[in-house]
Design a protein. Sequence first.
Length: 282
Amino acid sequence: MKKNVIITCSNEKAGDFLVNHWLKSLKESVPLSGIDVVVIDYGLSKSQKNNLIKEKVIVFSGTKKYHIVNKRFFDSARYLKTKKYDQVLFADGGDIIFQEDISSVFKKDKNTFRVVPLGMEVLFFEWFIFNNFKKGVKEKIWRTVKDKPVINAGVIFAPYKKFVTLCDLMKKLIKDKESFGPDQIILNYFLYQTGFKFINNKYNFMMSTEEKGFIVKDGVFYKKSGEKIAIVHNAGQIDLTRPIKNFGYGKEFNQIKHLVYNLKKTQYKLLGAYKKIFAIKP
């Protein structure tokens, strides 16, 4: 029986979080028998790498050039082509913690991608398609994704072969591989063409775009309904705009930045209204 694999990546800056929070929460929440854990190394310190290896994590050397959000897909394909797995979980490493077992997702809808959309309008397609793709390619992508929910690339459950195909397409179509954002555009373009399934947002709960809100109690995240969140994603391009300060795994962590969170919610509501009124095109 083939194993499943969880792939993430990190540099030295995020390496301590990866070891002390991402990995710790994963190991305490998910039974890892039959699952390989792979970290693509983008400059981890020697001690960080040693700590990962002690925990039986596979450390895979990453490419030096290109932006990390893009090359993580290129290097994932490079690693995966040397192995044979059943299912892949591709997840961010610097802004995610696990709170519940997610292995059941590996067993359902195994022949397609399983993903979560952003909760609120952020004009993501309009901004990143315009800035990152050649004429002709840009228009083709826009026709495919226009007026559709934005799928987030921070957590992707996928069949092994289809995930490798996605990674190869990333490398082929991204014009400026040093820029932030085009990876998510290709993810959406590919999935809206080939098919996928939306799963419960507790498997990629992004506070910054979650309209219904959430609760933090003793460092643990819950939906407003009281349902415990399985994968918490403190998403944001820079730390200043992330809604949680002191983000981590444990009772002493996770304070809501109410001002940032409320400002972002207001911003996204205005963007959604603006888009409807003016029918923005890239």
